[in-house]
Design a protein. Structure first.
Length: 127
């Protein structure tokens, strides 16, 4: 038990910090993505502008929340949560279509965090 705690303490906290920053930025970015998508759809004369805005809002919120959860839980299972960082990157990246530059920052932070967690997993496997 003590050996497992010392292994967890050796794992870098950088992915946690990046994930929390990305998740916190992603929550207001989700509302921006929904509003921007609805405005773009409305300006183009689409009848489904509201549903398009709702879709982008839900996708961006899911990415932000998944990134936050991955940031908090990544030390428990490095393999699983590194994949979740990549899924959060994908979900945040989808909203870039709506010209959401906050999502770009979140996606880059989640991507870096995912690669750092993968590197930590390889370090732990070598030991």
């Amino acid at each position: 038990m003590e050996n497992q705690n010392t292994e967890k303490s050796k794992i870098s906290n950088t992915p946690m910090i990046l994930g929390i920053i990305g998740g916190v930025l992603g929550i207001p970015g989700a509302f921006c993505a929904g509003a921007c998508a609805a405005c773009i759809g409305g300006a183009a004369g689409s009848h489904d502008a509201s549903s398009m805005g709702n879709f982008y809002l839900i996708v961006a919120l899911a990415g932000a929340i998944l990134g936050l959860v991955a940031a908090i839980k990544y030390k428990s299972n490095l393999g699983l949560w590194s994949k979740m960082f990549f899924v959060a990157t994908l979900l945040s990246g989808i909203t870039l279509i709506a010209a959401n530059m906050i999502a770009l920052i979140c996606a880059v932070l989640f991507l870096i965090a995912g690669f750092l967690v993968m590197r930590e997993k390889k370090k732990m496997a070598q030991q």
